[in-house]
Write a protein that binds this ligand. Sequence first.
Ligand code: NAP
Length: 258
Amino acid sequence: MSTAQSTLSPFPAPETPAALVTGGSRGIGRAIARTLARDGFQVFLTYASRPAEAEKTVAEIAAAGGRARAFALNVGDSAAVADFFAEEIKGKANLAVLVNNAGITKDGFLVRMKDEDFDRVLAVNLRGAFVCSREAAKIMSRNRSGRIINIASVVGQMGNAGQANYVAAKAGLIGLTKSCAKELAARSITVNAVAPGFIETDMTAALPDETRASYVESIPLKRMGLPQDVAEAVAFLASDKAAYITGQVLAVNGGMYC
Ligand code: NAP
């Protein structure tokens, strides 16, 4: 089950719109959590196994005058997700935004990819987003408003050798986005995806220099993206300015796939 970490400011404040960011402890999720806090949301952020990183994000948000709390939650564990919503969100927070950001890779060529590596990546990246969306939709439907934002990937749009599991999950996430958008529109809930290109985080830090250079060469803007580039797109979709946008995929990829 989830474990609450300390927070430096009152939490939750039921009247303040809340944003839940899965995998909000590091990388893109951290930038999203900080940016949504900047924009006035109290942030529930989850992490898998690195409490120190999560606490760092909470402390950064608190230092900037925002409210956040971190929870250990494996989004690949559906029962734990349901418990988390029941115990920490339902009736306690005004859930306005869900960002399905948690993701993992387990790369390998098709002929050598093990069933468990395929299943694990699908369980976290796709089923995790599905289960969080289902739980959030129950709450948002009652409020007749809400924003669900799924962090897909450019490779879910264009394919990528050596990532059959990850690409299948990210392409699935785009389908999930479009279906949920149609289903939840009647309740004034918008559902969109953001598809980042290659972004500077721990996930891409292990790339060999040669591979990194060839990726950068293929990007028209000639640089890797930054987590903040993605966070600002999410903040836009979470804002009132995006009220009439649903079922879309917003690419943040430096032009590498149009
Ligand atoms: P990252 O630096 O590896 O961070 C991943 C985050 O997800 C961490 O907060 C991690 O928690 C959390 N997480 C991992 N497994 C989890 C699980 N089972 N349950 C809950 N949380 C879990 O990754 P990133 O690069 O920021 O990527 C964030 C999202 O953007 C992912 O969905 C990724 O697929 C997508 N994306 C990334 C890129 C890129 O170039 N980086 C490009 C396109 C799309 P811990 O800190 O506890 O491990």
